[in-house]
Design a binder for this molecule. Structure first.
Ligand SMILES: Cc1ncc(C[n+]2csc(CCOP(=O)(O)OP(=O)(O)O)c2C)c(N)n1
Length: 822
């Protein structure tokens, strides 16, 4: 009986033989021969104790250099696919090509080592099979129709991949070791093993795939959601078949994959509609060590990849010292991704020849393992011997090529450009703010009224929730100018008008479709059928698209994804919303390493918007503060914009300004909660139909006040309410709507207008060690021209606010009284 027949029969009558095969399919990976140094010993699995010819065959298939985990996949068709590929004869490998790549990879590292002794390069030696693996994955992708691959990886082997996979000239990489032209990067830039690179991969059968290796910070795995978001954007740009045309390949370290939570966040997003990319290819470059830490201290399970079992996807473990098996796995994994559009996981198990970096001595912590490694020959030597292919001419050629490249590098005067920006970035710029960048953001009143009509309408027979129905009626009146416009409607009109002008809008966050505060209702839900309609879709003019998604309950993963999306859709308004602003701290790495610093480090721009609900309303320490102070600390060289619009019209103009200006800078918006529907913060239709975003809202008075209160956000409205109660004090109240870049001219003009003012007071709800206090007070002192600058705030505190609503109210009252000097 053929094996196929046996498989078919096993469905109806399990025989002993079938059970034996089932055991090997299920557990074979636990005894597969995966570790070139033999430290990862076979695990005892009684189900695999069978003997005889059939057991030997099954053992050869499932316990050789490939160990595959796939029996946890509930879908029978997917299991059968893997089974069929594993149990068929292996395709014939191109051994000359494989050997050539192994030699290139190894000797490249050795040349770096001898020429640039004492510099860190994070060698790939011990894992050189990564290069033929990528060759196989990308070659198979090209055959499947991929025209672009987005690669992400950390330090290990990055320079090697740049040359041998991305196709950058070795001379360009060497030039970075020569460290030419340091003046060009003083105070900014990044180390060579973090830089991105663009190039072309050439497959064995002559196809080409454009490659982009994404710039990457030191924080391991932080780049993962970024590359996925970028892939999604590039797929979306291509429209039909985008998922086949662009593929993401994400490489991980074994310690990092096991330890970094963001890996779980990214895997969890893989099948969610708003974030799916048709499956990403993951490769763990598994050297069974993390810096000095052994796997037993790096995680609680046998394989670094075990996290991936949370998804119904295959995990291929492969011994990095069997290049034929490695190449086979690469193609199998890639084909699976194309067949089923799910992620696939490859665990490439090898070793690390040197210390963590080459200046590090590994024999201090792993003396026995490193004794073994020292005696272990390079992989290309083992492979040449095994295959009988003569390596000598190849070795000579590679050495000659690299010698020439090094000479060429010494001639290079300026750091070579490793990257090319796509054409769609042509219309946008970064750098310093310049007022000539401003564009009109107002929208004609009749257009707003028409947009409002669309936003408030739904098909006949659609059963809207009574509360939403009332809101829609109010929105219609708002757009007709019969009722003041609140924040929710201002946002809908900003999105709607942009969509109508052909600007795509994408917003994600937890519960963002309805809105945490019941304020958005981007999707209307039929209360009888749960069918959904998105009124904004009625305003979309091509080439725009409108995507508003609820996201998984993750911050770093989702924000990283949206940052990535914004990198490849500069013409779109891309927003990430926090449930409450303080939760953005779960994504602090993305904020620090990408959003705030990517222009400085990599000269890469993004127009991402973070919407962070902020305000002291007695909800306790964790729902009050979006940590304005942290964003202000990150602000320098006009890298980001930090704004707190205090009215609906201001929010409308701010969003439109962000999309319509050609200046691409991340925008941090502190958004309201209780102020969402507060009449004091709502606006008239005319304020959207005219005007623009005001970075400072001056006091409405004649400039004669002797006390000027300066503030940002909700507290300003409370100060205005207090002034109504105390007309005898009547301080001027100035709203600083944009904290960064600081609108100096506007602030100075307003302060100078109050020529008689004795004192300027910065008023904030946040404790003195938080909020904008430490940023604003020195700036105000500078602009006050010798006049007194005071501040009123909550006392410095370890946590943002009290947990007691009553205590909050007392504090708030005192704060306002102090501001008034009573
Ligand atoms: C989030 C984070 N924590 C710590 C470090 C410091 N660090 C850099 S590499 C490394 C070890 C990584 O081990 P592994 O993921 O196995 O990759 P390998 O270097 O072995 O290829 C550590 C701890 C870091 N870069 N990022």
């Amino acid at each position: 009986m053929s094996r196929e027949q046996a498989i078919a029969e096993s469905a109806s009558s399990p025989t002993q033989q079938d059970r034996l095969w089932e055991s090997f399919r299920r557990w074979g990976y636990m005894q597969a021969s995966l570790d070139p140094l033999g430290d990862l010993e076979p695990a005892p699995v009684p189900e695999l104790d069978g003997w005889g010819a059939e057991a030997d065959t099954a053992r050869r298939v499932y316990c050789g250099s490939i160990g595959v985990e796939f029996m946890h996949i509930p879908d029978r068709e997917k299991r059968a696919w893997i089974q069929q590929r594993m149990e068929s004869d292996a395709p014939k490998p191109d051994r000359v090509r494989i050997l050539d790549l192994l030699i290139r990879a190894d000797i490249f590292e050795q040349v770096l080592q001898t020429r640039y002794l004492g510099t860190k390069r994070y060698s790939l030696e011990g894992e050189c099979a990564l290069i033929p693996l990528l060759d196989s994955v990308l070659g198979a992708a090209a055959d499947q129709g991929a025209e672009k691959a987005m690669l992400a990886m950390s330090h290990r082997g990055r320079l090697n991949v740049m040359v041998h996979t991305v196709g950058r000239a070795a001379a360009d990489v060497f030039a970075r070791f020569e460290d030419v032209d340091p003046r060009s990067t003083l105070g900014s830039g990044d180390v060579k093993y973090h830089m991105g690179a663009t190039g072309t991969f050439h497959s064995a059968n002559g196809r080409e795939v454009e490659i982009h290796l994404v710039s990457n910070p030191s924080h391991l795995e932080a780049v993962d959601p970024v590359v996925i978001g970028r892939t999604r954007a590039k797929q979306q740009r291509r429209g039909e078949n985008g998922r086949r045309r662009v593929v993401a390949v994400v490489m991980h370290g074994d310690a990092a994959f096991a330890g970094q939570g963001i890996c779980a966040e990214v895997l969890n997003m893989a099948g969610v509609e708003g974030f799916a990319v048709g499956g990403s290819v993951h490769i763990i470059v598994n050297n069974l060590i993390g810096f000095t830490t052994a796997p037993r201290d790096g995680g609680s399970s046998r394989y670094s990849s075990d996290l991936a079992k949370r998804l119904p996807i295959p995990i291929f473990h492969v011994n990095a010292e069997d290049p034929d098996a490695v190449v086979r796995v690469g193609k199998m994994a890639l084909d699976y991704r194309y067949e089923f559009e799910t992620p696939v996981m490859i665990d490439l198990i090898g070793y690390r020849r040197h210390g963590h970096s080459e200046v590090d001595d590994p024999t201090i912590t792993q003396p026995l393992r490193y004794r073994k490694i020292e005696a272990h020959p390079e992989l290309w030597k083992i492979y040449a011997e095994k295959t009988g292919v003569d390596p000598s001419p190849m070795v000579e050629r590679v050495r000659d090529d690299l010698d020439a490249a090094q000479k060429e590098a010494q001639e290079i005067e300026k750091s070579p450009q490793m990257r090319k920006l796509p054409r769609y970035w042509g219309a946008f710029r970064g750098g310093k703010y310049d007022p000539s960048l401003e564009v009109p953001t107002a929208v004609a009143a009749d257009s707003l009224t028409m947009a409002g009509e669309t936003l408030a309408s739904y098909p006949e027979g659609f059963h809207v929730h009574p509360k939403v129905k009332k809101l829609l009626e109010q929105r219609r009146e708002m757009a007709q100018g019969k009722r003041a416009i609140d924040f929710g409607m201002a946002e809908a009109l900003a999105f709607g008008s942009l969509l109508h002008e052909g600007v795509p809008v994408r917003l994600t966050g937890q519960d963002s479709r309805r809105g945490t505060f019941n304020q958005r209702h981007a999707a209307l839900i039929d209360v009888e059928t749960e069918d959904e309609i998105v009124p904004l879709a009625g305003l979309v003019e091509r080439p725009a698209f409108c995507e508003i998604y609820n996201s998984p309950l993750s911050e770093a993963g989702v924000m990283g994804f949206e940052y990535g999306f914004s990198r490849d859709y500069p013409e779109a308004l891309v927003l990430w919303e926090a449930q409450f602003g303080d939760f953005a701290n779960g994504a602090q790495i993305i904020i620090d390493q990408f959003i705030a610093a990517s222009e400085d480090k990599w000269n890469l721009l993004s127009g991402i918007v973070l919407l962070l609900p902020h305000g002291y309303e007695g909800q306790g320490p964790e729902h009050s503060s979006a940590r304005i102070e942290r964003f202000l600390q990150l602000a320098a060289r006009d890298n980001i914009q930090i704004c707190q619009p205090s009215t609906a019209a201001q929010y409308f103009h701010l969003l439109r300004r962000q999309a319509l200006r050609s200046w691409r800078k991340p925008l941090i918006v502190f958004t309201p909660k209780s102020m969402l529907r507060n009449p004091a913060a709502s606006s008239q239709l005319a304020e959207l139909a005219g005007g623009r975003f005001q970075t400072v809202i001056p006091d409405g008075g004649d400039g004669s006040a002797d006390r000027v209160l300066l503030c940002t956000g909700k507290i300003g409205h409370e100060l205005i309410a207090e002034r109504k109660r105390h007309p005898e004090i009547a301080p001027a109240i100035v709203f600083v709507e944009q904290l960064y870049p600081l609108p100096e001219a506007e602030l100075a003009a307003e302060m100078d207008r109050h020529a008689n003012a004795r004192e300027f007071v910065w008023v904030q709800e946040e404790p003195g060690n938080m909020g904008a206090h430490e940023f604003m007070v020195p700036e105000l002192k500078r602009l006050a021209r010798q006049r007194s600058v005071l501040s009123v705030n909550r006392s410095s505190a370890a946590s943002p606010s009290t947990g007691s609503h009553k205590a909050h109210e007392m504090e708030q009252k005192t704060l306002v009284s102090l501001a008034f000097g009573v």
